[in-house]
Design a protein around this ligand. Structure first.
Ligand SMILES: [Fe+2]
Ligand SMILES: [Fe+2]
Length: 481
């Protein structure tokens, strides 16, 4: 809930308990009216649930915001970049220190350590190279105190520039001979899981409204299915609580060369209006989480803020929409269950497809492997240049909390697999192959929706391309690699 929302309660004489200040409430005015009608002047978790449950359209679902970029900018001075990288390094170092504190030393302190001693340092990879003669992986590493060199006979393509890792090995005169490299990596969570009935979140992305290549017929079939006008898989459509759209809502203007030849609607406002007309047909009890991508009306540098009111127009009339930044992290709440969702449009995926040899086919496994690499690095774009960034004093692309679900889009493919306890999803697109994609041999997966049962995180991939809705794949695929 934002400051304006809190003020509304205050002005109406209703105190709000701090435990629900981060809960997103769909219709604050309606809730205030209901509370006043019942002479309630203190809103806590129990009363919120009671009064929301009375409204059958909202049911007992909510979106609790964990991380959402506030739109703050930076002058991009060298000192801003220094602060940005320091924040990233220190936060990832803290995650690694939680794994191992014994014997971890700083790079400056290595000079006091005799040769042949076992050492551990937490460092950022300044560069990775392969020695031409001995086929060693050579890492230049640095921390806040200095630079050093580390060597390994194992060439690991998942070691990339600017990752923060824990390096353990034997110190020689001017290098560490690596025994082990530890990534910050995902945490396996413990704790009891709260049971709920079947409740679905649907994951889609890259709608690209405004393009002549927008798969409108298929998208309308998806909406008809959601509205219960198709019999197939009604057991899913009846139980949908959330729709997550991971960016590239519209096709935008001037995003790639000669794009205007492929545009049906040639203004940003017109494209968002057309999107509004479609999303407005989705039943209002389903919450729609909307975030931006590189085709939307915002800057390309990340993090990207929520949709701007000056372009979004009628989109802000959607009572069931939750506008979020790229990336963002939220809890999807159903009853007493919270499902932690991380969403990132996925700009850096292309960088790693192009730069890591073993992933360059952009198969489903390649995409999942890169998402796994991001989780292992606990960063959405570890290598400087893999995405354009704003050097803020806090790095929004660090993954502080291991999510239950991590979704990306951007590469126009449908992919889903499990890594440790996180369900990884690349949501597919609603745009036929563009001239740009044809040039680079990218074959899009069109009109697929990943439906996740929040009860147990099983998934099914629904296909809206044919005359009837079909399931193209279901289940949980254990580690894709
Ligand atoms: Fe896209
Ligand atoms: Fe994109």
């Amino acid at each position: 809930m934002d400051q304006a929302g809190l003020e509304k309660f205050f002005l109406n004489g209703i105190l709000v308990d701090s435990s629900i200040k981060n809960v997103s409430i769909e219709d604050i005015d309606a809730l205030i009216a209901k509370l006043k009608e019942n002479n309630v002047n203190f809103l806590d978790n129990a009363s919120l649930k009671k009064y929301l449950q009375q409204d059958s359209m909202t049911e007992d679902t909510a979106v609790e915001i964990i991380k959402n970029y506030d739109g703050k900018t930076s002058a991009s001075k060298p000192s801003d970049w220094a602060a940005y990288f320091n924040d990233r390094f220190n936060r990832l170092k803290t995650i690694l220190m939680n794994k191992q504190t014994n014997g971890v030393t700083s790079i400056a302190n290595l000079k006091n350590v005799p040769s042949n001693t076992q050492v551990s340092v937490i460092a950022m990879i300044a560069s990775v190279s392969i020695s031409p003669i001995k086929k060693y992986m050579v890492l230049d590493i640095e921390d806040n105190t200095g630079r050093y060199r580390a060597l390994s006979s194992v060439i690991n393509q998942e070691i990339v520039d600017d990752q923060v890792v824990l390096i353990s090995g034997k110190k020689s005169k001017d290098a560490i001979f690596i025994d082990e490299i530890t990534f910050p990596d995902s945490l396996v969570k413990d704790g009891t899981d709260v049971g709920i009935t079947d409740s679905y979140a649907l994951f889609l992305s890259d709608i690209h409204v405004g393009s002549k290549l927008f798969a409108k017929k298929e998208f309308e079939r998806f909406i008809d299915w959601l509205c219960g006008r198709e019999e197939e898989y009604a057991s899913i459509s009846k139980c949908v609580k959330f729709i997550v759209i991971a960016g590239d809502m519209i096709d935008g203007i001037g995003v790639y060369p000669d794009q205007e030849k492929e545009l049906e609607i040639k203004s940003l406002a017109g494209q968002y209006e057309a999107l509004y007309m479609l999303l407005d047909r989705i039943p209002k009890h389903i919450k729609i989480l909307l975030s931006q991508g590189n085709h939307d009306a915002t800057h390309i540098a990340e993090p990207q803020p929520v949709l701007d009111r000056k372009f979004g127009g009628s989109m802000f009339n959607l009572k069931n929409a939750v506008f979020l930044s790229n990336p963002y992290q939220v809890n999807l709440i159903v009853g007493n269950k919270k499902v932690n969702l991380l969403s990132y449009h996925g700009f850096s995926l292309m960088y790693y497809v192009n730069s890591i040899q073993k992933y360059n086919k952009m198969t489903e496994n390649d995409i999942i492997s890169i998402m796994k690499l991001q989780l292992k690095s606990r960063h959405l774009a570890p290598t400087h240049g893999s995405a354009q960034l704003i050097p803020l004093d806090r790095d929004y692309l660090v993954i502080d909390e291991t999510p239950d679900i991590y979704v990306t889009g951007h590469v126009h493919k449908a992919a889903a697999a499990k890594y440790k306890e996180t369900l990884l999803i690349n949501a597919s697109c609603w745009q036929y192959q563009t001239s740009y994609q044809k040039k680079y041999g990218i074959e899009p997966d069109i009109a697929k929706v990943v439906a996740v049962n929040l009860r147990d995180k099983t998934f099914q991939i629904l296909d809206f391309m044919g005359e009837k809705v079909q399931i193209s794949r279901k289940g949980i695929k254990e580690e894709a690699i």
